[in-house]
Ligand binder design. Structure first.
Ligand SMILES: [Zn+2]
Length: 346
């Protein structure tokens, strides 16, 4: 297929669809979306709303295990939703095959757990990445951050994380004890999640902090050198909280958007995720969400997607929104039809 000649406007993400057939000119032409945080291997699980992360984990673990079949469905759903690239967290490596088979640009991180796992796995170069500050030993966090390229960690998703790191109290202690973890192997840092990661020296632009729901004030200052991936539908389901997005933007923290997994969100549609952000933070211009959905995610994953480039059309998506205020309409919560002009995956 001949790549249509396109133009880029002063914002860098809209374009003049010159060169496209006349019948293709309706709608909004955007780069394919970047879903910067998901778990394709995880299918839907019935979990209680607003029960908190510790209870959610307990209910989630009673559900079906990660599967290759689910990962294949997930890739298909992602492509249909207009996703050009993925930040994927795998638990058993099954999603790697599905993503490779679809030729989907992606960062695939292999998630590791264990506050008592002092020894870093020898094969850390397989892009192992820590689950969260409350569930991983600091040696693993430092090792993941020392590798080249972006890395990802769930961060400040629920108040219990801060309670555990500050004083070793709260719901995580009995949970980890029941899980058989040797808590003597983990020195309680006595710090907030932000101060803890800062003390480990791992907060630069390669660090993708997923959620940051509870991060406020001085702690936002501490993470200002990193990036944040917002997954607000998951947050709404698990805790009913929203992150301090205004505080993040005030500090220039680059934002990306992820859907998280089907175990806490209804679908893998990044546009639906952005629509919730638009409704929750109405003073924020919709262009901010379009940037987070495209270039912001691409920068977080360090992948060559998410922008329109003169003369090229990699991953171009046509969204069938009305001609009047198309960017505003894009985030009004409608499941707008969308189609690939040149799909990056097959
Ligand atoms: Zn996640």
């Amino acid at each position: 297929m001949r790549a249509p000649v396109i133009g880029v406007d002063e914002h860098g993400f809209l374009c003049d669809p010159a060169g496209l057939p006349v019948e293709d000119r309706r709608g909004l032409l955007v780069p394919g979306f970047v879903n910067a945080h998901t778990h394709l291997e995880l299918g839907p699980v019935a979990t209680a709303k607003h029960a908190g992360f510790v209870n959610w984990v307990g209910q989630f673990r009673a559900g079906p295990p990660p599967s290759a079949m689910q990962a294949g469905r997930g890739v298909y759903q992602a492509i249909r939703a207009g996703t050009a690239a993925l930040g994927e967290i795998t638990n058993n490596g099954r999603s790697s095959g599905a993503i490779t088979a679809a030729k989907m640009p992606a960062r695939v991180w292999h998630e590791v757990f264990g506050v008592d796992c002092v020894a870093v796995p020898a094969d850390v170069s397989a892009r192992l990445t820590p689950h969260a500050p409350h569930s991983t030993h600091p040696n693993m966090i430092r090792a993941a951050a020392s590798l080249p390229g972006p890395w990802s960690i769930h961060f400040d998703e629920d108040p219990e994380e801060a309670a555990w790191l500050a004083s070793g109290t709260g719901a995580w202690r009995p949970y980890l004890e029941r899980a058989g973890r040797d808590l003597s192997a983990f020195d309680i840092p006595g710090l907030s999640p932000a101060a803890y990661l800062s003390s480990l020296g791992v907060l630069d632009r390669r660090a993708l902090l997923v959620h940051a729901v509870c991060t406020r004030g001085d702690d936002l200052d501490l993470i200002a050198g990193a990036r944040v991936c917002l997954c607000v539908r998951s947050n709404q389901h698990i805790t009913g909280r929203f992150p301090d997005v205004h505080g993040m933007l005030d500090r220039g923290i680059p934002l990306a958007i992820g859907t998280d997994s089907l175990a806490s969100t209804p679908d893998l549609d990044p546009l639906a995720e952005a629509a919730v952000l638009r409704r929750a933070f109405q003073q924020i211009a919709p262009e901010v969400w379009l940037h987070a959905l495209t270039a912001g995610g691409a920068d977080a994953l360090d992948l060559p997607v998410g922008r329109l480039v003169n003369g090229q059309a990699p991953g171009l998506l046509l969204v069938d929104v009305p001609d009047e205020d198309p960017i505003g309409a894009l985030f009004d919560g409608t499941v707008w039809p969308r189609r690939w002009l040149e799909c990056p995956a097959v």
